[in-house]
Ligand binder design. Structure first.
Ligand code: ADP
Ligand code: AMP
Length: 215
């Protein structure tokens, strides 16, 4: 099964994607993670992506699409994949449709995590990410057993550099302007599943599982 997981920054996409990976053996494809990896490796994508990410802007479409295209071409997904953070614009959504035709795969479900904007700032400012495996925690809502240490791999937890107050504000505005219209785009196609993301992580996951049962 191939899934698109949508929602504003901090909605819980990464959190739910990692549960879907554990339960169903799906592969998580997070464009944010791919960009952060590219930045660490200082490769061709990293140098350009860094410039846009640090200010909270989207990385340009052609560049992002090329990266996703390469990733889908170069990897196999035995049990399917979860696109986490892609597409984020209508242009990316249309391109994904043509990549799907070309590579002969279907998108089986589009899941949108719905949550009031006011809740996102607290989620984002409290998020801590593992330097080694990318797992995310929250200082209040999902604290690690040991402060600043990843429960999963023992790696060091850090706060992302695009989580400054200014960058978060720009990211939320960017979401409203460029990504939110995708909800209408997929609603008109009749393919979107809206999930209440403003509830405990376990309950969000139960609702996603229930919605995917019929797929
Ligand atoms: P996204 O990938 O959509 O940006 P994350 O999954 O990284 O969001 O979640 C953002 C922050 O909110 C993380 O610190 C995470 O631990 C926390 N979080 C995720 N889901 C919930 C939830 N249902 N309730 C409370 N906190 C949550
Ligand atoms: P995320 O980890 O999903 O919050 O993404 C972090 C940052 O990476 C975003 O603020 C964007 O700058 C960039 N990014 C991630 N995915 C995309 C995408 N699909 N299109 C453009 N930029 C993206």
């Amino acid at each position: 099964m191939n899934i698109i997981l949508m929602g504003p920054p901090g909605a819980g996409k990464g959190t739910q994607a990692s549960r879907l990976v554990n339960e169903y053996g799906l592969t998580q494809i997070s464009t944010g993670d791919l960009f952060r990896k590219a930045i660490n490796e200082q490769n061709q994508y990293g140098v350009i992506a860094k410039y846009f990410i640090q200010f909270g802007h989207l990385v340009p479409d052609d560049f992002t699409i090329q990266m996703v295209r390469d990733y889908l071409k170069d990897n196999t997904f035995e049990n399917g994949f979860i696109l986490d953070g892609f597409p984020r614009t209508i242009v990316q959504a249309r391109e994904l449709e043509s990549i799907a035709k070309e590579f002969k795969f279907n998108i089986d479900a589009i899941v949108n995590l719905d949550i009031p904007q006011a809740k996102l700032i607290k989620r984002l400012s409290g998020r801590r990410t593992c330097k080694d495996c990318g797992s995310t925690f929250h200082v209040e809502f999902n604290p690690p057993k040991q402060e600043d240490i990843c429960d999963k791999c023992g790696g060091e937890l850090y706060q992302r550099s695009d989580e400054s107050e200014e960058a978060v504000q720009v990211r939320l505005e960017t979401y409203n302007r460029q990504t939110k219209p995708l909800i209408d785009y997929y609603t008109m196609k009749g393919t979107i599943i809206n999930i209440n993301g403003d509830q405990p992580m376990e309950d969000v996951f139960k609702d996603i599982e229930k919605a995917l049962e019929d797929k």
